[in-house]
Design a protein around this ligand. Structure first.
Ligand SMILES: [Zn+2]
Length: 422
């Protein structure tokens, strides 16, 4: 039996507990109560480990590639540079992504994986994950071959489940989506991320024309109506920025889970997703950091803050998203979107012992008035003291030294992508 206590404990499915204690054994939470353990964290909060509803661990060192470009040329820059890597380098980068995630208090990741390296990296370093192997093709037979080639390279474990990701409605046909959904494993896609997507699908125009040979033919409809026949509770949809009121109603009516990535959408100039309308319509919206290919980091604290800033700015209302709601989107709501809420997302007896200890010492929010505000506005990866997955401490801020090798091999892979073409 292990016991941890802190000045505050935020179960998320109940009110914050001042002087809270959590007990766990065999990877399972046994009790959440008031009390003081031998291992006590003063001026700190224990929260459920963050659940990242959208990431690409394999892009951990792609920061800044194509910054300032439109969505179409930005994608082409990434495809071109990714081609220069071998399998060992992709694994090195994915391991760096796992370390950065654990360091940011993330204990579960929904990862869309190009090479399968994300599954190996998560397994090696103890991050809980659903790894959705990406397929890109209008032809379902081709998509099946892509999936099978990647699937045989990866192992499913207690912590790492394998899913499939038909990339987006402009690279995959409805038949490809139907084939993916027929597998009975988790399925995730990108949807309505950018206006360029609608331009191609509706009119065959816009910057995506530059990669026309690999795209599905225009459907004559926008992105969400194009995908309408396959939208349902089994299809996790990342981004969902370009939505009309009818699209929001459709996503709600079909119980489509959504991963909201406000920093990625802002930095790529894609826009601001209608978070408040989605939540008001009852859509399960989890928060996702996306990857350093678009955002600067796997930093869930920054993501929670960005979600609040942008929701409040968009709605012109300080009440549009409160810190406790943002924390819920980064834990329980994301777990719901991934259908893992029976296992993770809250500090509740019976759930897996996934938890994060955040120091509040010296933050402007300490002494604490609102503990959720203290964690969301005052937190940062530097303040993460411990990240525990399935009862195992997978990151402690005193062992940064341990990760030096992981970072240097990932940096070498980045160097190779930056080198001029021979
Ligand atoms: Zn993505």
């Amino acid at each position: 039996m292990t016991e941890l206590s802190a000045e505050w404990l935020l179960p998320v499915d109940g009110p914050p507990i001042e002087g809270g204690l959590v007990r766990y054994e065999g990877g399972v939470i046994v009790e959440v109560t008031e009390g003081r353990a031998e291992r006590h964290f003063p001026e700190a909060a224990i929260v459920p480990g963050f659940v990242n509803a959208h990431s690409h661990l394999e892009y951990a060192v792609y920061a800044g590639f194509g910054d300032g470009m439109a969505f179409g040329p930005w994608i082409r820059t990434h495809v071109d540079r990714k081609d220069r890597l071998d399998a060992a380098q992709m694994l090195a980068i994915a391991r760096c992504g796992v370390v950065d995630s654990l360091r940011a208090g993330i204990t579960t990741t929904a990862d869309y994986s190009f090479s399968g390296a994300a599954a190996a990296a998560a397994g090696l370093l103890g991050l809980r994950a659903i790894v959705y192997l990406e397929v890109f093709s209008p032809d379902p037979d081709d998509a099946r071959r892509q999936f099978e080639d990647k699937r045989r390279l990866v192992d499913e474990t207690e912590l790492v489940r394998i899913g499939v990701s038909p990339h987006a409605p402009y690279t995959c046909s409805l038949d490809t989506y139907r084939w993916c959904l027929s597998l009975g494993i988790p399925v995730g896609t990108h949807l309505a991320e950018s206006p360029n997507e609608d331009e191609w699908l509706e009119h065959g125009s816009g910057p995506l024309r530059q990669i026309a040979p690999v795209l599905v033919p225009p459907s004559g409809k926008r992105s969400v109506p194009t995908l309408e026949p396959v939208l349902g509770p089994d299809l996790l949809c990342a981004h969902c920025v370009e939505l009309t009121d009818e699209d929001v109603a459709l996503l709600a009516a079909r119980s489509v889970p959504v991963a909201h990535c406000p920093r990625s959408n802002a930095l790529l100039g894609c826009g601001i997703a209608p978070l408040a309308p989605l939540r008001a319509a009852g859509v399960a919206v989890g928060l996702g950091t996306d990857s350093p290919a678009s955002t600067p980091s796997f930093d869930m604290f920054e993501e929670m803050r960005a979600a609040i800033f942008l929701a409040r700015a968009r709605e012109r209302s300080a009440g549009a998203l409160l810190p406790a709601e943002a924390l819920r989107m980064a834990t329980l709501d994301a777990a719901r979107a991934l259908r893992l809420d029976d296992r993770v997302g809250t500090l509740t007896p019976g759930k897996r012992a996934d938890l994060t200890v955040v120091s509040l010492a010296g933050s402007p929010y300490h002494p604490v008035e609102d503990p959720a505000a203290a964690v969301v506005f005052g937190g940062s990866p530097e303040r993460v003291l411990q990240t525990i997955v399935d009862g195992q401490t997978r990151y402690a801020n005193e062992d940064n030294e341990k990760w030096r090798e992981v970072r240097s091999t990932a940096s070498a892979a980045r160097q190779r992508m930056l080198a001029p073409r021979q």
